[in-house]
Design a protein. Structure first.
Length: 277
């Protein structure tokens, strides 16, 4: 690493996931190994993964990451929502790497630049990145599975129709002939009683499983569906469709009530693969 590189340091280690290299690697390996007889889905274009603390959603996330075992990609685009900052555009981190306890994960600066030049709503910026966990919690899974992969780290500010369409269409049109993977980071409904959450989340699951981008978009934009990363999910689905995907499959769903037992106010988690059949 040369002096002057711009490194985004971890803000989630020690809270969302273990802060030691061995403990973190062992935790992720354990999650992946806990999945018995996983299906083997080919031609994967995107996955959807939750972003809570690993004690809550790590095992659910592992279902989609398990599908990547043995599969090769040239670059990985990670799309996440902004929890801590409000801004109007789509932000690709304008630095050199992200650091986790597993080391540095370098940024694909060439693809980042190409993507940022495609739309006025996509910018190279540190806005939305410095305190955001929803992108960072995906990175250790990537590091366990891939030694030298580069990433395009994207945080969506305002999750409106313009930004969702701009990002999804830009990625799909620019990189449809490239061997890339998209990871969309989202949790589902937040802090409802258990039965209410299951009902709300079932509506999202039905549309995602049907690869119904139109009705998922409508429901998210008119606030009848709950996904904190609905914009990233829909953008990933739009891009995946342009890249040849025609199927979506939910591999696991749980909420925090299933995991820790407190069912008074839960958060929903879903693990999904989008692919070409």
């Amino acid at each position: 690493m040369t002096e002057g590189n711009k490194i985004r340091e971890s803000v989630a280690a020690g809270s969302f996931y273990p802060d030691s290299e061995n403990a973190l690697r062992n935790k992720i390996t354990s999650f992946l190994n806990n999945i018995e007889s996983p299906v083997d889905i080919k031609n994967i274009k995107s996955i959807i993964s939750p972003h809570a603390g690993y004690v809550y959603s790590g095992q659910v996330a592992a279902y989609s990451y398990r599908q990547l075992t043995g599969k090769k990609f040239d670059s990985i685009f990670v799309i996440a929502p902004s929890h801590s900052e409000y801004f109007s555009f789509i932000s690709i981190f304008n630095g050199d790497a992200f650091r986790t306890p597993l080391g540095l994960l370098y940024i694909d600066k060439e693809k980042s630049k190409i993507l940022a030049e495609k739309s006025p709503y996509i910018k190279l910026s540190e806005q939305g990145h410095l305190n955001e966990h929803s992108l960072e919690v995906q990175l250790p899974f990537i590091q366990v599975l891939y030694k030298d992969i580069k990433i395009v780290p994207i945080v969506m500010g305002q999750q409106n129709s313009r930004n969702i369409s701009a990002l999804g269409n830009s990625i799909g049109e620019l990189f449809k002939d490239d061997n890339i993977l998209i990871i969309a980071s989202t949790d589902l409904s937040h802090y409802h009683p258990y039965d209410t959450a299951v009902t709300l989340d079932s509506r999202v699951k039905e549309l995602v499983n049907a690869f119904d981008v139109e009705h998922l978009t409508a429901g998210f934009l008119n606030n009848t569906l709950e996904m904190c990363g609905g914009g990233p999910v829909i953008s990933a689905m739009i891009a995946s469709k342009l890249m040849g995907a025609n199927k979506s499959r939910i591999l696991d769903y749980k909420n925090s009530g299933d995991i820790i037992g407190d069912k008074s106010a839960v958060v929903g988690y879903m693990s999904t693969v989008i692919y070409r059949e």
